[in-house]
Design a protein around this ligand. Structure first.
Ligand SMILES: [Zn+2]
Length: 57
């Protein structure tokens, strides 16, 4: 059995657009071109804010 393991998933961070803090990490398919934008709760702003995809090192 030739185990061919492809790394199609990329780890990304979701950063709050208001305070710029990276509150969440998630994975996304590398083939997906568009940037992820989600409404997530920010514990620093104490409300739901728009979080945008940023790179993780
Ligand atoms: Zn925030």
């Amino acid at each position: 059995m030739a185990g061919k393991k492809k790394q199609n998933k990329e780890i990304i961070a979701l950063a709050c657009t208001e305070c710029k803090r990276r509150n969440y990490t998630t994975t996304k398919n590398r083939k997906l071109q568009e940037k992820i934008e989600l409404m997530k709760y920010c514990k620093w702003d104490k409300k739901h804010t728009l979080h945008k995809e940023t790179k993780v090192k």
